[in-house]
Design a protein around this ligand. Structure first.
Ligand code: IFM
Length: 466
């Protein structure tokens, strides 16, 4: 990618200077997920996942959008990897599709899918880009949902079996593995609120799903360790910055409950080997005590190599008896992304320092952070996303503040490499540093892509030793 018009428009406030100081070896990356970019939903032996079913159900995804074609990355992966390399990133977080690799949810992997992912991973290697591979980014094979989905304990064992097979088949091409992406979304959004696949609205089932996702992670860690002793493995959780709406006792208690259901139910068992009193008091009688068996917490807390943190929001919690868990949550102000999410960089510093101080001394990666804006192609053919540049500048500065405060932060993967299928919001929300024209599949690096490339180049030359 050459510096063209947008790069020339990098203004003083968008300069890459003074963003912060990052240690030697810091991983500068971009992130995607399989269902959001691949398309080719019925090709190469791929079977349906819960997201195919959900997005094809009238009324569930905006405008009826589906991931059938998405960014057509399945057919365009080589030119996409060229584009990625041209952005100067040394690291790329991708996910592999369970329903492509193991369409029935059991048994041998689909050789066509294995060949596809081996091509992608070898392509990254050939371009000098280090992959971080997520094994589950929400695309549960539909047959497993039909058999009970994540509320069923058997799904945890199915995931561990799948994970071992994948790491065995691909592990010579990737060292770094994330078991699950944001189990909060898979459980509470998918089975409780019903806003994500499979679209169920049963919070008891959601709590069962949360525990079984935690168990799936722990079982997979053990299996991966046995199959590939050299692999580096962790889990990625979304960590939300939660603030009580007032000093009152009721709102403070609501904030504790929201923290229990958003953060602690996933962070506690993996890093502390327990569900804390806040989690038990919020979720014990709402389903957790139904499913936690002797020995589960030992499995779930199997040592990992790093902690993945996805961060998007600060939310304000207040007591409201009509809401699930009696908590009303609203985005903090300023809520200026096109999703209505807050833009408060200090919340990233807060969650990183919290994870590091309260939960784990492990190296931390920001495995996702980014924002959707109402980007458009201007009459010059450019996408001048100054809001996203300001966002990245602010949040990377906040990441540097966390390092300064002692967090062992080793990398940052901006969400996302490409505009893509934003789940129930379809194609209406653009998070990419690269614009995708979904009609022609043309890619246009936005101003933010030029900025990020320049930032990476600058920071490579002003590294401080760790
Ligand atoms: O697009 C998603 C991604 O799949 C998971 N984390 C949040 C992103 C933005 O909503």
């Amino acid at each position: 990618m050459t510096d063209t018009a947008p790069a020339a428009r990098l203004s003083a406030e968008a300069s890459v200077e003074n963003v912060g100081t990052f240690p030697a070896g810091f991983r500068w990356g971009l992130a995607t997920a399989a269902y959001q970019i691949e398309g080719a939903a019925t090709e190469g032996g791929r079977g349906p996942s819960i997201w195919d079913t959900f997005s094809h159900t009238p009324g569930l995804s905006l405008h009826g959008d589906t991931g059938d074609i998405a960014c057509d990355h399945y057919h365009r992966w080589e030119s996409d990897l060229d584009l990625l390399a041209s952005l100067g990133v040394g690291d790329y977080r991708l996910s592999v599709s369970w329903s492509r690799l193991q369409p029935s949810g059991a048994g041998d992997l689909n050789p066509v899918a294995v060949e596809f992912y081996r091509g992608v991973l070898a392509g990254l290697r050939d371009r000098g880009i280090r992959p971080l591979v997520t094994l589950y980014h929400w695309d549960l094979p539909q047959p497993l949902e039909d058999a009970g989905g994540w509320p069923a304990r058997a799904t945890a064992h199915a995931f561990a079996d799948y994970a071992v097979r994948v790491v065995t088949a691909l592990g010579d091409l990737a060292e770094d593995w994330v078991t699950l992406n944001e189990p909060w979304c898979s459980s509470f959004l998918g089975y409780g609120k019903g806003a994500h696949a499979p679209g169920r609205t049963d919070y008891r089932a959601a709590v069962h799903a949360a525990h079984h996702l935690n168990l799936a992670h722990g079982l997979a860690v053990a299996g991966i360790r046995a199959a590939r002793p050299g692999a580096s493995v962790g889990i990625t959780n979304i960590v939300t910055d939660i603030v009580a709406a007032s000093d009152g006792d009721e709102d403070a208690a609501a904030a504790v409950r929201l923290d229990a259901t958003s953060n602690r139910v996933f962070l506690d068992p993996v890093y502390l080997g327990e569900y804390s009193p806040a989690v038990w008091s919020t979720l014990g009688a709402r389903g957790l005590s139904d499913v936690v068996l002797d020995g589960d917490l030992d499995i779930i807390s199997a040592p990992t190599d790093f902690a993945g943190v996805n961060h998007y929001q600060r939310v304000i919690a207040s007591h409201d008896a009509s809401q699930p868990f009696e908590v009303l949550e609203v985005p903090a102000e300023p809520a200026t992304t096109s999703f209505g999410w807050s833009v408060i960089p200090a919340s990233l510093t807060a969650v990183l320092t919290r994870v590091s101080r309260e939960f784990t001394p492990l190296p931390v990666y920001v495995t996702e952070n980014g924002a959707s804006y109402a980007d458009y192609v201007d009459p010059n053919g450019d996408v001048v996303d100054t809001e996203r540049v300001a966002y990245l500048r602010g949040y990377l500065g906040a990441a540097a503040d966390a390092i300064e405060a002692g967090v062992d932060l080793r990398g940052y993967y901006a969400w996302s490499f490409l505009d893509n299928f934003e789940w129930a919001e379809g194609y209406s929300k653009r998070f990419g540093l690269v614009w995708v024209d979904y009609r022609t599949q043309e890619r246009i690096p936005k101003l933010s892509a030029h900025w990020y490339r320049r930032l990476i180049a600058e920071h490579r030359s002003i590294l401080i030793p760790r």
